[in-house]
Write a protein that binds this ligand. Structure first.
Ligand code: GLC
Length: 652
């Protein structure tokens, strides 16, 4: 049985709904007592849980007395009542417009706080790089508090859910600690540290007023040409599950709300099937049988749902030609029926607009009827809201489907304590950008390094002169990759945030080891060994779909070619360090290297790379996916990989 996910303050069990006697008594008494009349804005939150408990205990005698005018909380405001009672009570108070508002997630760029109040929106997101002010924590907190205050002004003050892609740290925020991307975490394979990472990321999110992250990604990537390969922990579903679960547990323990995405088989699409302009495989079609879908791609969701994950995000991709955003069998029959998922399903970024129908209203109806509960509609959110209302009024969308969707959304908001803590002030105030988080991130970097080849040149030794070259040596953006301060990340050496480059870490380690780092080409002759640090440009999603995965192709860092040539012409021993979001094609270059290490996308704490190179610790990373010799070998069971999944030399 998967670990029970614990949210703040206790074990949270989503599987059973206890409708106790307390509920019936509470509801009857509530209707009798003279609490805040319907329609007025109740005083929220109730004076105190103790006060409402006192009110509850006196309710049983209320029938015989003229109900006193009290500000007793309404059932939905009463934290002592079972969640289902609170959901049922609140749902019963909502108008159709308010219900439709809860089902909408707009983007901060298109919906102001005033719009949240006006339309009673349930959620707002920051898309990748959609940052307020200077992007620092104060600017984020000011913004998210303004949105929540706006939500509290609604006729029914329902806490707003603000969501971000904190996919390897609070990566939209300047000065946040950016952890290695998921593929590196797959190589590190440290479940015990995943929970700590979840808590750390939650702390940095909560510090900026943000409770919800669209992570972890449960993709089981099969084709490394996919631009989202680095968002996958592994091509092995068991490894994905073993890392995603503790990570989600850590997020919840830290007071944040995780999202299992992208449901389902986003990592199973076939190359060349994408219909998105300029993409090749991202958002493509998983042309696979149901057995493969279940044991490879659905498997991680089973554990996450059993553990109570609150949100599932739908994949842009298709399964056998049908877009997931309208796959009723998978979204409703399997996810909510067979697997018993009790949270809510959110569409991906304007994903419903990709559905092949004439009008937005038809697309909204198709998605909602298939099982989508909240629509991530960044620009057309007002039209989408109206489409839900009109869809119910004209029969395209059953009222019961809307009530189920809203109940799911409210359930998560109640379960996550947002009604009692809309401004996240009761959550443990953790740190933002702390040394503790940096140490944890650097440890994960160190554990993620995979030693691919070593003829004995490693570790570097005292007295050695190490000449460092290559475009990924001193570029914080290159080592962070996509989803870093912006959607596509950044490259160049102008620092937009704090962090330690790989080169800076090498200099510190060399000093400790009594070795010397050289970077001026005039010093090449003096060097004992060349450390070649090359890799990929940052990218995200289909922008990173790579036909060749080569060190000199369209996604390769511009400085790769001259660095490769310099290393080769130096006639010195060469150690190559690859900084990339996937296992690139290196079969030819590898032959001329004395040693090679895969460093993946380490994030802001590049100091985690040097210690193993200098022998301060061993290499323990193992490949989380097969490393193909050529692009043509991808997916061919009979083709022998350059390195198999699980490969990694150990240097004690
Ligand atoms: C994107 C991604 C998804 C992300 C969402 C919000 O297009 O597919 O992973 O969570 O939009 O940024």
């Amino acid at each position: 049985m998967a670990a029970k996910i614990t949210n703040k303050g206790g074990i949270w069990i989503m599987q059973t709904r206890l409708i106790g006697i307390v509920l019936i008594v509470g509801l009857i008494a509530t209707l009798l007592c003279s609490c805040t009349p319907l329609g007025a804005t109740p005083s929220y939150p109730p004076a105190s849980i103790a006060a409402s408990t006192a009110t509850a205990s006196s309710i049983t005698s209320a029938e015989s007395q003229t109900p006193a005018v009290t500000d007793a909380p309404l059932p939905y405001q009463d934290a002592s009542l079972p969640v289902e009672a609170r959901v049922k009570d609140l749902l019963g108070r909502m108008t159709l417009d308010e219900k439709a508002g809860q089902m909408i997630q707009a983007e901060r760029g298109s919906a102001s706080p005033a719009a949240v109040t006006k339309a009673a929106l349930g959620s707002v997101l920051s898309g990748g790089g959609s940052t307020p002010g200077d992007g620092g924590p104060e600017a984020w907190l000011d913004m998210t508090q303004a949105y929540q205050q706006a939500a509290m002004k609604c006729r029914l003050p329902i806490p707003l859910l603000y969501g971000v892609d904190a996919v390897h740290g609070h990566n939209n925020a300047v000065e946040a600690v950016l952890f290695p991307h998921n593929i590196a975490l797959g190589a590190a394979n440290s479940p015990e540290l995943m929970k700590q990472m979840g808590v750390a990321v939650a702390e940095e999110m909560i510090a900026t007023g943000i409770p919800w992250t669209f992570a972890p990604c449960l993709a089981v990537a099969q084709d490394p040409r996919w631009g989202r390969t680095y968002e996958s922990f592994s091509s092995d579903p068991a490894l994905v599950t073993s890392l995603a679960l503790p990570y989600a547990d850590g997020l919840l323990a830290g007071g944040a709300i995780p999202t299992a995405k992208h449901y389902v088989a986003d990592g199973g699409a076939i190359w060349g099937t994408s219909k998105a302009i300029g993409y090749h495989i991202d958002q493509g079609d998983a042309a696979i049988d149901e057995q493969t879908l279940r044991h490879t791609h659905l498997a991680p969701y089973l554990a996450m749902i059993k553990a109570g994950v609150p949100v599932v995000m739908v994949s842009f991709s298709s399964w056998n030609g049908v877009k997931l955003h309208e796959q009723k069998y998978l979204l409703t029959d399997v996810l909510k029926g067979e697997l018993g998922f009790q949270g809510f399903v959110i569409s991906d970024y304007n994903g419903i607009e990709q559905l092949a129908y004439g009008t937005l209203a038809e697309k909204v109806a198709a998605a909602v009827n298939a099982g989508v509960d909240m629509l991530m509609e960044t620009g057309l959110y007002a039209m989408a809201l109206k489409a839900i209302v009109s869809g119910v009024n004209n029969g395209m969308i059953p009222q019961a489907r809307v009530d189920d969707a809203v109940s799911r959304i409210l359930r998560v908001k109640f379960e996550m304590g947002l009604f009692e803590d809309p401004f996240l002030q009761k959550r443990k105030a953790g740190g933002f950008g702390t040394d503790e988080h940096k140490v944890l991130a650097a440890e994960l970097v160190a554990r993620s390094l995979v030693l691919l080849k070593n003829d004995g040149i490693l570790p570097f030794k005292a007295g050695q002169k190490v000449f460092v070259t290559g475009p990924a040596a001193d570029d914080l953006g290159a080592q962070c990759g996509g989803w870093s301060l912006s959607w596509q990340g950044w490259t160049s050496d102008n620092r937009k945030t704090g962090g330690t480059t790989i080169l800076a870490g090498l200099k510190l380690a060399a000093a400790r080891a009594g070795a010397e780092i050289l970077t001026d080409s005039a010093d090449l002759e003096k060097a004992d060994v060349v450390l070649l640090i090359i890799g990929e440009k940052p990218y995200a999603e289909g922008v990173g779909d790579s036909p060749d995965m080569s060190l000199t192709g369209k996604l390769a860092l511009d400085g790769n070619v001259p660095a490769l040539e310099l290393a080769k012409s130096s006639e010195k021993p060469v150690v190559a360090l690859v900084v990339a979001g996937r296992e690139m094609v290196i079969s030819d270059e590898l032959k001329s290297w004395n040693a090679a290490v895969m460093a993946w996308l380490p994030g802001t704490e590049g100091q985690g790379v040097a210690p193993a190179l200098f022998g301060e610790r061993g290499f323990t990373g193992k490949l989380p996916m097969p490393w193909y010799r050529t692009v043509e070998d991808i997916g061919k069971q009979e083709a022998e990989p350059l390195f198999p999944i699980g490969y990694g030399l150990e240097q004690k």
